[in-house]
Design a protein around this ligand. Sequence first.
Ligand SMILES: Cc1cc2nc3c(=O)[nH]c(=O)nc-3n(C[C@H](O)[C@H](O)[C@H](O)COP(=O)(O)OP(=O)(O)OC[C@H]3O[C@@H](n4cnc5c(N)ncnc54)[C@H](O)[C@@H]3O)c2cc1C
Length: 589
Amino acid sequence: MTFRAPVEDILFTLKHVAGLDRLIADGLAPELEGDMADGILEEAGRFANERIAPLNRVGDKHGSVLKDGAVATPPGWKDTYGEWAAAGWNGLTAPDHFGGQGLPNLIHTACNEIWNAASVAFALCPLLTAGAIEALEAHGSEELRRLYLHKLVSGEWTGTMNLTEPQAGSDLAALRTRAERAGDGTYRITGQKIFITYGDHDMTENIVHLVLARLPDAPSGTRGISLFLVPKRLVNADGSLGATNDVRCAGLEHKLGIHASPTCTMVFGDEGGAVGHLIGEENRGLACMFTMMNNARLGVGAQGVAVAERAYQDALRYARDRRQGRAPGRSGDGMSPIIDHPDVRRMLLDMRARTEAARAICFLTAEALDRAKRETDPERRKAAAERAAILTPVAKAWSTDVGIAVASTGVQIHGGMGYVEETGAAQHLRDARILAIYEGTNGIHGIDLVTRKLPLSNGAAVAAVIAGMRSTVERVRAANGPGFGRTAERLGETVDALDRATAWLLEVMAARPADALAGATAYLDLFGRARGGTALAEKALAQGEGDAAARIAVARFFAEHVCGDAPGLARTVIEGGEAVNDAASLFAA
Ligand SMILES: Cc1cc2nc3c(=O)[nH]c(=O)nc-3n(C[C@H](O)[C@H](O)[C@H](O)COP(=O)(O)OP(=O)(O)OC[C@H]3O[C@@H](n4cnc5c(N)ncnc54)[C@H](O)[C@@H]3O)c2cc1C
């Protein structure tokens, strides 16, 4: 169960696939010149391997517990969090005038993967704090930023995201938590939120809740939602801590995985109303919260990569140790290590290829976000922002599906030992399962991709992404190097399939929305395979350090095995809606 952060592969992917080197060459990331990125990631890897990874099992076994109205995290959690924050890891991308280091999102996403591979339950807390920092920086008043951002950036305080209520999950229009104007510029918040990650804990002395609520005179639906900052402890004008606010954790969920991450029922306003401060404008809260949610979506995508990486490392180690049967071509009496069996090798290759593809997609999304922020030319900024908008649902949903699939294959490679808890393979699968549900279910992300992202710039934005994939296919075809096998052929078919499905969706969306929506998940899967497969091919074509033959082998496997189904997926998108919608009577109430 030893974990080693895959720093070498992360750096190679950042530089040669996601365009970190180009970002630096274009003068858009001067702070990373030289071997700065290498130094940061190696140090992050060391901290994750030595300090966080050993907590993963402890956290799973103990879980967080609610005692006398307060949540206690598992043994070792608080000290390690303190060391992690003191080392400055929390403020990597935060603005330097609030104590951060202002580094590109690419570095943040890479580090985020490393922390989450060491322990998802641990790294989920800073993942949410990062989103709160971004939302507060973008939309908070000067006073709120002055009082809260330094402590959030340093990690001395953590942030939460309070959206969900029993009747309002995917559909936030239904939320009922109330906010009343107090007459002094503050608000009083009353209501109940459920499933709030790290809503309470003992790792820091204050927690900053970002809460969606409705004013009494607010319009109905999503246009009547406002965003409030509600601290656990009130903060005085000089920044010191004041009284405890009227907010408490009323219960903790017992759940399938991420046991150490407390999932809290939060009650606001039992004693008259929790003091809240408006972020942004009244009734415009959802737009502000989207800043936080977008940040968290890529973060959750990276969690999928992280769990997959850890599951792969464990499965590889086990497959080398465990002996059963005799592999083809082996003679003698002894049993072969299971890694010599072609079917086990297939599973390992599948785990590795999907993990590396998802990693590349997450980094490509981070790069688009960086360019959208740092490019000086407005046209290029717009193009990057649209690319980021298209890739974000793919990064979130495809990578988390990869996390679950890879963790499941990891259990399979362990045989019966994977199903019992001893080896840790089962924990990866349990931990991964939530990733497809929170931060918007993967189904909702498929719908977002199809209905909101494909129409960007009248389809020109998605066409540009597909054109980029096509040029990669041509480069593989031209290289035609040894070891590539049918990579160009299969990737070409995959990009053609994506093109067909995209054109069909753009054409029928308005007239046949039910058919288009029925194909959204298959479309997102097809998109992930196309972008993941071409990314691995770009990696295989890149000249650079490391094992070039291994990069080609992984790209080839992905193209020939994972992309083999692509034409079928396009058919499902285009033809499959009718089969779903014609069967509506099966589920009639
Ligand atoms: C461990 C954990 C941690 C969480 N952390 C947080 C947190 O920190 N903050 C927070 O606010 N929330 C948090 N959540 C809540 C989480 O974000 C929601 O569970 C999620 O958004 C889904 O909402 P729901 O559970 O109400 O499911 P529902 O919205 O009821 O969805 C049920 C099913 O219906 C589908 N569905 C729903 N609407 C549509 C539609 N319009 N079209 C097609 N399909 C649809 C969904 O895809 C899903 O498959 C957490 C949840 C868990 C379990």
